[in-house]
Ligand binder design. Structure first.
Ligand SMILES: [Zn+2]
Length: 238
């Protein structure tokens, strides 16, 4: 969830003149504050010459990419999920598409995916023109094959590392402003790995949490101390 508690700035403040590869597959939701902070964050990355490459962007993020000007200004969307639907089975599923593979074709048609039966299939559950609109602003990176390899390795490492919460199962998810629940629970890669924020947070969060816990414990101790002192005073007075 990217909202007012997002750690975007904190997670990347030490980066400078680097390539940042970001897995967005676990992002369940982004609210208006999140979008505002995201755009600021992208600008800050740009200022520090950090090149951001996003991969496995879920439909909720893609809606923002296509809707909000400057949402990914100059950043690379390497791969993304698109909502698919089979009319025969009334089945919904998200399928991963490769941006530059699609862009390399003369016609940017969404590929069909097989469904459960031999006489049906899954088609894009959106308008190609709209869902692929972001490609107008995408430039093929000069190091595309290296990026593809790095992304593949990152996916593997992140999946192996596990941890983090999976997306809610289809039907369980609460409706969100931009992304209907139907789109979020049915990724074709099984349980989803944690969001980029959680993933990136990894080590940093582990460092941060004990600090917060210590603060809480010390506060409680001080309060208890004060309380005992007051009780002691009252008893003493009697
Ligand atoms: Zn079907």
């Amino acid at each position: 969830m990217i909202d007012e508690h997002n750690g975007l700035r904190l997670l990347t403040e030490s980066l400078e003149r680097e390539t940042l590869l970001v897995d967005l597959s676990g992002v369940r939701r982004i609210n208006s504050v999140g979008v505002r902070d995201w755009v600021t964050w992208i600008n800050e990355l740009k200022a520090r010459e950090v090149r951001a490459v996003f991969f496995d962007c879920p439909p909720g993020i893609m809606d923002q990419v296509n809707l909000v000007r400057n949402f990914v200004q100059g950043c690379t969307i390497q791969s993304f999920y698109a909502p698919y639907y089979c009319e025969v089975c009334d089945k919904e599923e998200n399928h991963r598409l490769d941006t530059f593979e699609l862009m390399s074709k003369t016609e940017r048609r969404a590929p069909a995916f097989p469904c459960d039966r031999s006489d049906c299939g899954m088609a894009l559950d959106d308008v190609e023109e709209n869902y692929f609109a972001f490609m107008e602003d995408q430039r093929v990176p000069p190091d595309l094959s290296e990026l593809a390899l790095a992304t593949k390795a990152a996916r593997k490492a992140l999946d192996a590392g596990g941890g983090g919460e999976a997306l809610p199962a289809q039907g369980d998810a609460a409706p969100t402003p931009f992304s209907p629940a139907k789109r979020m629970g049915s990724f074709d890669q099984g349980p989803l790995a944690p969001s980029v924020v959680e993933r990136l947070a990894g080590t940093k969060n582990d460092e941060l949490r004990p600090g917060v816990d210590m603060f809480f414990i010390v506060t409680v101790m001080v309060m208890l101390g004060l309380l005992s002192f007051i009780v002691y005073l009252i008893l003493g007075l009697e």
